[in-house]
Design a protein around this ligand. Structure first.
Ligand SMILES: NC(=O)C1=CN([C@@H]2O[C@H](COP(=O)(O)OP(=O)(O)OC[C@H]3O[C@@H](n4cnc5c(N)ncnc54)[C@H](O)[C@@H]3O)[C@@H](O)[C@H]2O)C=CC1
Ligand SMILES: O=C(O)[C@H]1O[C@H](OP(=O)(O)OP(=O)(O)OC[C@H]2O[C@@H](n3ccc(=O)[nH]c3=O)[C@H](O)[C@@H]2O)[C@H](O)[C@@H](O)[C@@H]1O
Length: 382
């Protein structure tokens, strides 16, 4: 029996592994995490994340071939394939602070894998990481390998929160990058066979390691860039009397542009778009490409502009002050069908309104009052 262990029971690790377990009944999947409350929640009736359809999938396979555990070392040691799906937030201190990805969690997971392994393993980068991370991880893994062979693959995840289960059941593509060596190609085939249980083979794209790593950052940058483009247009629409919905629809019917991701908004949020673009900007700067870095930086600048513009419009439309005025804010998470508030534009909007002394009443069916208060009390980079 093939054994899979996934390090990191978060928004990606949990749903992804639950779907692998469901679709591959002959594979044992164990999701491990250092956060005991999170693992306890995965083992309870109240899963730690809200995602439509997730409860059903977990209920079908938990205790059969899907397990959640805090015994990280034991399950990593026993696994044939180790997915690493730990968080890779923006660095808040030191070199590259405010831009570069913080790989502390990744590095400590890699060191632990190297320490506890007693058999050959395929180590899969599931987290979004800077291009060339696999090279550094390989160095860590092979440093004290005691004759053990580690083969590293990049298999970035493209699910969106709120539709994770649907995206995992029916992905546009699965991307697997590996070394162009016999061992690398063999590992790619092993992982491809896992996904081939339910994903048509022509949707499983196999590339070299660096293309897979960079494609993930590029995909998020392109998606976010569309939103900033339409949001920039929305400012011009407001100035000229054009209607941004009509403009979006009109351009989206051009099959070369396509209709998706053209909804003007208060700005994109979520744990990844901003983080991944900042990371891309940093990589460009490190590679001596300031023009390319500046191009992508603009996507974030327009997003910040859109959030500020929204608050200013609300305030100016109410006689230039919202002081003492009661404002209802419906929805606090960064999008519908999730309870995730990481980088939600609602934080900037609420802070802007509260800063002007509005009396805000905030409600979101998936976000607790405690979480809202915590988010509103934090400074950026807390
Ligand atoms: N959230 C999303 O929709 C998507 C996220 N990603 C990427 O996937 C990665 C994970 O993201 P999320 O699941 O959202 O993060 P998360 O923060 O929800 O989960 C990460 C988990 O890893 C655990 N962890 C950290 N270090 C550990 C260690 N050494 N050993 C065991 N557990 C450890 C943490 O306790 C946490 O529960 C990130 O790189 C992110 O950019 C990619 C696609 C979609
Ligand atoms: O790497 C990641 O974390 C993921 O990031 C995004 O997924 P996610 O952030 O979960 O959600 P999206 O549906 O992409 O929405 C992101 C933000 O953009 C906003 N948005 C989206 C679409 C649009 O047309 N306009 C717009 O403002 C949403 O409201 C939301 O705040 C990508 O869509 C996923 O493919 C990727 O795997």
């Amino acid at each position: 029996m093939v054994k899979i262990c996934c390090i990191g029971a978060g928004y990606v690790g949990g749903p992804t592994m639950a779907v692998i377990a469901l679709k591959c009944p002959e594979i044992e999947v164990v999701v491990v995490d250092i956060a005991t409350p999170r693992i306890n929640a995965w083992n309870s009736d109240h899963l730690p994340i809200y995602e439509p359809g997730l409860d059903d999938v977990v209920k079908q396979c938990r205790g059969k071939n899907l397990f959640f555990s805090t015994d990280v070392e034991k399950h990593v040691a026993e696994a044939d394939i180790v997915f690493v799906s730990v968080n890779t937030p923006t660095k808040t201190q030191g070199l590259g602070a405010g831009k570069a990805a913080d790989l502390t969690y990744w590095e400590s997971a890699a060191r632990m894998i190297a320490d506890v392994s007693k058999s050959d393993k395929i180590v899969v980068e599931k987290s979004t990481v800077p291009v060339k991370t696999a090279e550094a991880i390989e160095r860590i893994l092979t440093h004290n390998r005691k004759g053990i062979n580690f083969t590293i693959l990049s298999n970035p995840e493209f699910l969106a929160e709120g539709t994770a289960i649907q995206d995992l059941f029916n992905p546009d593509r699965v991307l697997i990058g590996g070394r162009e060596t016999p061992e690398g190609q063999k590992a790619i085939h092993t992982l491809r066979d896992v996904y081939a249980h339910w994903v048509p083979i022509d949707r499983i794209l196999c590339t070299n390691l660096w293309s897979a790593e960079l494609s993930k950052l590029a995909a998020n940058a392109f998606l976010a860039q569309r939103i900033s483009s339409v949001n920039a247009m929305s400012a011009l629409c407001e100035a000229t009397g054009a209607d941004v919905y009509q403009v979006s629809h009109s351009i989206g019917t051009d099959s070369r542009i396509g209709p998706k991701f053209l909804n003007a908004s208060v700005g994109f949020g979520g744990s990844c778009f901003q983080k991944d673009i900042l990371n891309l900007v940093y990589i460009c700067e490190c590679n001596g490409l300031p023009e390319v870095a500046n191009y992508w930086k603009q996507v974030i600048k327009v997003n910040d502009y859109q959030k500020a513009r929204f608050v200013n419009r609300v305030v100016s439309s109410m006689f230039n002050t919202v002081s003492g005025k009661k404002i209802a804010i419906l929805g606090f998470a960064f999008k519908k069908d999730t309870g995730d508030t990481r980088e939600t534009p609602a934080i900037d909007v609420c802070k802007g309104l509260i800063g002007d002394k509005a009396k805000s009443s905030i409600y979101d069916p998936q976000v607790s009052e405690e979480q809202i208060l915590k988010d509103l009390s934090m400074k950026k980079f807390d």
